[in-house]
Ligand binder design. Structure first.
Ligand code: PMT
Length: 406
């Protein structure tokens, strides 16, 4: 009962997933939360308010001017009552209204007047979710501190498969628990994360690199920082904005990344290697631009230092998490990496799979644990995945600190 006595407004909007909000309501109640349901007009076309009234045991609020039997639950009173507003499912329309400051019905008015966190669990057609305007609204809201859980990939009402399906009720309830109770779970932890590519120079204007955008690593840094952890992000060259509250160390080459990590890792409780560190660098870097007129060029490459293996060798009580980019099925290779580099967790992604790996905003990974278990996760936004992985890391920290076997 992690939400004993906590007060949640559950907003239900007009997505076909509206009926699944019943499971979310039940899940919140099982955790001990008091829930008041607000339905938009479109949601009422899909599920009758009496369903939610029966489940919640309270009047369902549907209009700005409802006045159910003497209870003072007009929109301001509701915002004062709520400790969390959870919108599940959240349509593109509702997200767009909140992002634009529009408050033209009870739910959008409650959200715009709220002083508490708001968590959206979007559910919509995948084309709507991919629409750049919707994505822009989501980015804007995230930047303003609104939280999101999902959507996830799956079969949609239209029969199409894509990212747009509302996350499972359990996952939404977990996100609600985190929003209400988990903000300081990482407090006291010092976390060192690497992200992005490295550049290995052939001459002053040419280098060997890879397509890492830094998205996955920055999302990890943000997820950890949001739980109160002290985060240092060692980043190769990217175009991303540094996450709020994170100490940034910018590097370029694998050797610079190694130096930055070596200096800071002794102070870290957790190391997460997300960076796509170049495995090879030119044996020599020419001092001047190599001229084409010089004819054929053969490059001698030398392996770079394996940063995470070095961190693993001096591991102590530190939790060490590695990402593994594999082309194709790589569970066994990832298990071997975990053993060889003394890692606690490997996040394996098949970078050849669509929507996964380099550059894109989503990722599909398999978590490989020390006990040998391999848990495949669905395709998720990197931001949601980062929160999931960070929760896994917190569990490992908890086990280590309580003297168990990580
Ligand atoms: O940045 P994005 O565009 O969001 O893309 C995300 C990602 C694909 C880069 C990320 O999800 C990922 O898979 N990162 C690991 C990439 C990688 O280098 O995998 P690897 O299997 O080659 O290396 C395994 C581990 O060793 C990684 O933790 C890596 O950081 C580390 N390593 C690798 C080489 C090296 N010289 N030193 C290292 O520490």
């Amino acid at each position: 009962m992690r939400l004993e006595g906590r007060r949640v407004v559950l907003g239900v909007t007009g997505s076909i997933a509206a009926y699944k909000a019943c499971d979310v309501l039940r899940g919140l109640q099982k955790e001990g939360a008091q829930v008041r349901v607000v339905m938009t007009a479109a949601a009422q076309e899909l599920v009758r308010p009496t369903v939610f009234r029966s489940l919640s045991g309270s009047p369902v609020l549907t209009g700005m001017f409802d006045d159910p039997q003497g209870e003072d639950i007009k929109h301001i009173a509701l915002t004062e009552w709520a400790e969390l507003i959870l919108v599940a499912p959240a349509t593109a329309n509702l997200i767009g209204k909140v992002a634009s400051g529009i408050a033209d019905d009870l739910l959008s008015t409650v959200i715009s007047a709220a002083g508490c966190p708001t968590l959206f669990a979007p559910g919509m057609n995948f084309r709507m979710w991919e629409n750049p305007v919707v994505q822009g609204n989501v980015r804007k809201l995230k930047g303003l501190g609104y939280r999101f859980c999902g959507p996830v990939e799956g079969r949609l009402a239209s029969g199409a498969v894509g990212v747009g399906r509302m996350a499972d009720a359990d996952e939404i309830v977990r996100a609600a628990v985190q929003a209400l109770t988990g903000d300081d779970e990482g407090k006291g932890l010092r976390v060192l994360i690497t992200a992005g590519p490295t550049r290995e120079f052939i001459d002053p204007v040419r280098f060997i690199s890879n397509p890492s955008s830094g998205r996955m690593g920055y999302a990890m840094a943000e997820a950890a920082a949001k739980t109160g952890a002290e985060v240092c992000l060692v980043s190769g060259p990217t175009e991303l904005t540094p996450p709020a509250g994170v100490e940034m160390v910018r590097v370029c080459t694998a050797e610079e990344m190694r130096a930055a990590v070596t200096e800071r890792v002794p102070q870290a409780d957790v190391f997460v290697g997300v960076a796509a560190v170049a495995d090879f660098a030119p044996a020599e870097t020419a001092g001047a631009k190599i001229a084409r007129a010089d004819g054929d060029l053969t490059l001698a490459l030398r392996p770079t230092a394996d940063i995470i293996a070095e961190v693993g060798r001096a591991k102590g009580d530190r939790i060490v998490v590695g990402f593994a980019a594999e082309a194709g099925e790589g569970v066994e290779r990832a298990r071997r990496k975990l053993e060889a580099k003394s890692l606690d967790l490997v996040v394996l992604n098949d970078v050849t799979e669509p929507g996964s790996g380099f550059e894109v905003e989503t990722n599909r990974v398999t978590l490989i644990r020390r006990d040998g278990s391999a848990e495949p996760l669905p395709l998720m936004l990197k931001t949601d995945l980062a929160r999931h992985i960070w929760q896994e890391v917190l569990k490992l920290v908890g086990v280590t600190r309580s003297g168990g076997v990580a």
